[in-house]
Design a binder for this molecule. Structure first.
Ligand SMILES: Nc1ncnc2c1ncn2[C@@H]1O[C@H](COP(=O)(O)OP(=O)(O)OP(=O)(O)O)[C@@H](O)[C@H]1O
Ligand SMILES: [Mg+2]
Length: 451
């Protein structure tokens, strides 16, 4: 046996002994176990070729939970569920799945660049506290993770490996956290839990366009280092536009769910001036999407815009007197160039009327069917008629316990034929405007993704 191998062998025996000791010391009286541990530690350092680092749950004041500890906890959670034999289980944040973690004094191995290392989970219970807290035995434990590795790998582990663990652990934490939906009243944010079920799978739109948006989001979310290198803030602006009911809000929720980001729904009309706006923006957290809805309808921030607002109000008043609709006032306003100029809005995404591909996805989601003999007729009608995905969804929505796809598809066909007839009438008679005002009121919402 080579000397190096022998050392490693002794080392692993010592590591095992220490592990056994850690298991048994809970049963020794506190004073005695402290003494034994002190002397054995000295002995061990003489022959032990391994380095150990302890990460305590609470550092310093004991009130602040260590960031490193919780990152390690997250990092090890997946390893624990596959390797550890004794696990602790808890209900996850979404109240649906079990979250598994290592039980006390359990050990898991990890490997990094071919180097093996071990993580152990343990806890200290101080004597005085353990008697006082008889009824609450958990409250006075000091929990920790201990990392053990061979001293020849010191630089690799202390450098690249630990920063890899912290980075991964934080990423897992971001993914698993309970996300929030913030709204502002004036210059203050308040929040509720964000639990929108929208996903890109359930969003009906052109599949190619959808794929491009997903790619764009993935590229952006991984580009932190690139943005830092070129000296740009790591954020991306999307302008979503299209008629009401085409899925703009649904897409924003799908984006937030896809990236695991928080959502800030910024109500511009409630913001007094640019100072308030700046304050609100500064208070947003990283990994978030800031949404400005109907950006073309809510601009009155700068002096110039205030003037415009007065003009609009005046005009509004005049138009109300003339019995005109508020919607038309909104659509007569222009987007502020500062908000949509190049560099602010990196991508313009149009959400439009329901096409055949989008319909098929809705039929799959709502009726659980891939094909049907009425699909052909619907395909033709969709080419000739403008109908929003929201309207299509409305017709496919189950109305009783016994779903009959036939019935829903026929009701959709009826609606499409009616819309087609309306469109034909309005073409021949320009004054026929019962439904078409809806089409003109193109609404816009801005979606600002930041990390
Ligand atoms: N593209 C779509 N895919 C799937 N469902 C959709 C789509 N568009 C609309 N819907 C359905 O219609 C409802 C309304 O859509 P959504 O609120 O996203 O529209 P919007 O474009 O934001 O409208 P508005 O301009 O009025 O805010 C959604 O709850 C969703 O169920
Ligand atoms: Mg919307």
């Amino acid at each position: 046996m080579k000397p190096g191998e022998m050392f490693a062998h002794i080392g692993s025996i010592v590591a095992s002994l220490m592990f056994v000791w850690a298991m048994f010391k809970q049963f020794f009286p506190y004073q005695l176990s402290n003494q034994i541990e002190k002397h054995s530690q000295r002995l061990v350092t003489l022959v032990y070729p391994y380095i150990q680092i302890t990460f305590h749950e609470f550092t310093g004041e004991r009130l602040m939970r260590s960031e490193a500890y919780s990152a390690i906890e997250n990092y090890l959670s997946s390893k624990a569920s596959t390797q550890a034999k004794r696990l602790k289980a808890d209900i996850g944040k979404n109240n649906q799945s079990l979250v598994l973690s290592m039980d006390d004094h359990e050990e898991v191995a990890d490997e990094f660049n071919g180097v093996k290392l071990w993580w152990a989970y343990g806890k200290h219970i101080s004597k005085s506290q353990s008697t006082i807290s008889f009824h609450h035995p958990m409250s006075d434990e000091k929990r920790y993770y201990k990392l053990t590795f061979h001293k020849s790998n010191r630089d690799l582990i202390l450098g690249r490996y630990l920063s890899h663990v912290l980075k991964e652990g934080k990423a897992i934490k971001v993914k698993n956290r309970q996300r929030k939906l913030y709204t502002n009243s004036g210059a203050y944010w308040s929040h509720v839990v964000f639990e929108h079920p929208a996903t890109f799978q359930t969003l009906a739109m052109d599949p190619k366009e959808k794929e491009m948006i997903i790619d764009d989001l993935i590229t952006f979310s991984k580009a932190g280092e690139f943005y830092a290198r070129i000296g740009r803030a790591w954020k991306r602006g999307y302008l979503l536009y299209g008629p009401p009911g085409t899925g703009k809000s649904t897409m924003i929720a799908a984006m937030a769910n896809f990236l695991g980001y928080d959502l800030y729904d910024l109500e511009l009309t409630a913001v007094k001036d640019n100072t308030e706006l700046r304050k609100l923006l500064i208070e947003t957290s990283s990994k978030s999407i800031i949404v400005i809805e109907d950006i073309d309808c809510s601009l009155d921030l700068t002096g110039q815009r205030r003037k415009k607002k007065e003009e609009v109000e005046e005009k509004d008043q005049r138009q109300k007197q003339q019995g005109m609709q508020e919607r038309e006032v909104k659509s007569s306003q222009k987007l502020d160039p500062a908000l949509v100029r190049k560099g602010r809005m990196d991508k313009h995404i149009e959400l439009s009327y329901c096409g055949y591909e989008a319909f098929k996805l809705l039929a799959r989601n709502y009726l659980n069917i891939e094909s049907h003999n009425l699909f052909g007729r619907i395909c033709e009608l969709l080419k000739e008629t403008k109908i929003t995905p929201a309207e299509v969804a409305e017709h496919l929505m189950p109305k009783n316990a016994f779903r009959d796809a036939d019935l829903y598809l026929k009701s959709l066909i009826q609606a499409l034929e009616l819309a087609k007839e309306d469109a034909r009438k309005s073409q021949h008679d320009p004054h026929w405007t019962e439904n078409d005002s809806e089409d003109k009121a193109t609404e816009k919402s801005t979606n600002y993704t930041s990390t």
